[in-house]
Design a protein around this ligand. Structure first.
Ligand code: KG4
Ligand code: ZN
Length: 351
């Protein structure tokens, strides 16, 4: 099966074609993967402006879809289905993607499959492009999904069968990176900017708070950490700091986040008796987080990440989640609609 995946839930207009693996139900091979970022549009505002995002999606989505089909050397008529992110995300962007997918499905008479954005991220480690990634993990596993809009700790018992162990009570972890970066005078997105500045920093220079670390608490909270950074910067204004001190702050801030995520994810594995931990979403690209998780997991727990090029938003992960649903007989009717909010635990499970 070959599926086109369309992703427009935030600030990337993305489309990809993914083919099912003959020997594994979860994996898929990337035939094309086109991501057109809107970074330049939003950079001056320090975050995504929803109205501008929708307008950019509508301008770009057709050429991005065409480029994905061209790169995969496939005609629309040869697709087996059209998958699209229907939520959660920015409603204007989602509507552009859903309308585009409906038009294509109508013209080609192919099945239409609405995909939950975070289920897309969850499937991203199972993508390969015939080279590096060889994910052999099977359900059940613990999933740590960390992005700009979500911080979720799940017991993934099967595809579509997710038990929520914990989520953030305030900011998503990607937001904690983005807002922290803004306070430090760094560009958007803040995660990569903080990670870069942290490279030469001492991560033990400042002890920022690690919150809700009780073994049985799987919820997250990052607002206290953010306040603590603000308080530190009021006492130590960036304009008066040398580059080394700035790097130390970035490294210490990143360390507090990475350590919190690591402790909770490993605790969740013990709690559920799972030997596999899967980490996905934009923040999953953070190298220090990867390092700490692998170190803490030791030999008992195997940690799996997506390849770097499918960690942040992309159409391939949406195509793969759609493919998995279509293979099990699920597709959507013409009344498929965009959903700004959509709890992952409401998804239908798939045998
Ligand atoms: O999954 P994603 O591309 O979009 C959403 O679904 O939100 O995640 C974007 C988030 C942003 O907050 C960005 O700052 C963060 O992922 N991010 C990172 C890194 N790369 C992206 N955070 C920490 N370290 C990184 N290397
Ligand atoms: Zn995302």
């Amino acid at each position: 099966m070959r599926i086109l995946g369309i992703e427009t839930s935030c600030d990337e207009t993305a489309a990809a074609v993914v083919e099912s693996h003959s020997n594994s139900s979860n994996r898929g091979t990337i035939l094309s993967n086109i991501v057109q970022t809107q970074l330049e549009i939003h950079a001056e505002y320090g975050g995504v402006v929803p109205e501008l995002a929708s307008r950019a999606h509508i301008s770009n989505v057709s050429s991005v879809v065409q480029a994905a089909l061209d790169q995969a050397k496939i005609k629309p008529a040869d697709l087996d289905g059209i998958a699209v992110t229907t939520g959660p995300g920015l409603i204007g962007g989602l509507l552009v993607g859903v309308a585009t997918a409906k038009g294509l499905a109508l013209a080609t008479k192919k099945p239409l499959i609405g995909v939950h954005h975070m289920e897309g991220h969850l499937m991203s480690p199972f993508l390969d492009n015939n080279s590096a990634n060889d994910c052999s993990v099977g359900f059940p596993f613990v999933a740590l999904l960390v992005s700009g809009g979500h911080t979720l700790l799940l017991h993934a018992r099967g595809f579509g069968d997710y038990v929520l162990l914990g989520q953030t009570k305030d900011d998503a972890v990607g937001e904690a990176f983005d807002k922290g970066a803004r306070m430090l005078g760094l560009e958007y997105p803040g995660g990569p900017a903080i990670a870069k500045l942290a490279q030469n920093g001492n991560n033990a220079a400042i002890r920022f708070p690690r919150i809700l670390l009780d073994k049985k608490l799987f919820d997250f909270s990052f607002s206290g950490l953010k306040t603590s950074l603000r308080t530190h910067l009021i006492k130590n204004p960036p304009a008066e700091l040398n580059p080394q001190s700035m790097s130390d702050i970035a490294a210490s801030y990143q360390e507090a986040i990475a350590e919190t995520l690591t402790i909770k994810a490993i605790n969740a594995c013990h709690h559920t008796n799972c030997k596999n931990l899967l980490v996905a979403g934009g923040v999953g690209a953070n190298r220090r987080l990867r390092e700490l998780l692998i170190k803490s997991a030791g030999r008992d727990i195997q940690v799996t990440f997506p390849a770097m090029d499918v960690c942040t938003d992309n159409g391939a992960m949406i195509a793969l989640a759609g493919l998995r649903r279509l293979e099990s007989g699920q597709s959507d009717s013409w009344d498929l609609n965009a959903r700004a909010r959509w709890p992952l635990t409401q998804l239908a499970s798939v045998a």
